[in-house]
Design a protein around this ligand. Structure first.
Ligand code: B1M
Length: 222
């Protein structure tokens, strides 16, 4: 089991998508994130354990990027490998409940193209019985306002991965609260903190996908 986990971490870090992928050249002919995830699930590993393995790989490649040891193409390949893993995990996060508990609008804020974390939050929230309206990446405040207008009974989730786009997140929160003061907003993403979330006027900070579910559930109790 540990060997499988380590290989999934390595494939995510190195951007090894599947067996037929020629990248990276030194891993040509080896199984990739795609096949190893299937094997891990068959062996009984839990989807969240597999996800943790990928997050370790993403952290490693991110740290290398910070040290200028790799560049954007390597990050893109790592994201592709992680996507291959998520394709297999999606059904596990989505299966189950049929009756919808409420609506959740989510998007990565303007200027930010990172969507892996946001997609995970979408999957987990959907899997917990909510209707998810995923607006994608680089979502301008006006788009959020349009969709909230059509779905006034929703809760909103904002994701940001860049310290620079946290400013756009703050602006988005401000715009939403100005037009729809009763709409509840949860914000998340690597550069966020509880304090930053509070400062921008969000109702909650989510360090991980489960925290978004917990927030939604807490609103149902009130
Ligand atoms: Co970018 N990137 N990237 N990148 N990238 C980071 C974020 C960075 C930390 C790398 C680094 O320097 N070490 C750095 C940001 C530095 C900073 O701002 N402080 C960075 C940079 C600089 C950039 C570019 C500017 C690089 C360039 O072009 N020179 C550029 C910006 C593009 C843009 O957005 N305008 C860029 C581009 C890219 C790629 C496109 C190549 C690719 C993204 C592909 C994609 O998303 N489809 C990419 C990647 C892959 C990364 C790293 C390596 C991995 C991000 C990731 O997916 N993590 C990242 C380094 C790192 O994070 N260590 C990095 C895994 C994911 C599951 O985690 O998204 O944090 P995360 O989500 C978590 C939680 O945060 C939380 O739940 C998730 C699961 O636990 N969460 C929420 C997230 N949203 C939530 C919302 C919630 C609740 C919880 O409620 C609503």
């Amino acid at each position: 089991m540990e060997e499988l986990i380590n290989r999934i971490t390595l494939c995510t870090e190195r951007g090894k998508v599947n067996l037929s992928s020629p990248y990276p050249p030194d891993m040509k002919g080896q199984e990739g994130a795609d096949e190893l995830t299937l094997k891990a699930l068959e062996a009984g590993l839990q989807p969240f354990e597999i996800l943790d393995a990928c997050n370790v790989g993403m952290k490693r490649i991110g740290d290398k990027f910070s040290r200028n040891e790799v560049f954007v193409p390597e990050l893109l390949m790592a994201a592709k490998a992680m996507q291959a893993v998520m394709n297999h995990l999606k059904p596990y996060f989505q299966k189950g409940i049929v009756e919808k508990k409420g609506k959740f609008i989510i998007g990565t804020v303007a200027g930010d193209l990172h969507d892996i974390g946001k997609n995970l939050v979408s999957m987990v929230v959907e899997g917990n019985g909510y209707d998810v309206i995923d607006l994608g990446v680089d979502v301008k405040p006006v788009k959020f306002l349009d969709v909230i207008k059509q779905n006034p009974d929703s809760v909103v989730g904002l994701s940001a991965l860049l310290t620079t786009t946290m400013q756009n997140m703050a602006l988005t929160v401000k715009e939403i609260k100005q037009h729809f003061p009763d709409i509840k907003i949860i914000v998340g993403g690597a550069p966020l903190t509880e304090a930053a979330a509070e400062k921008m006027g969000a109702d909650a900070y989510g360090p991980n996908p489960q925290s978004a579910v917990d927030f939604l559930e807490s609103l149902r109790c009130n």
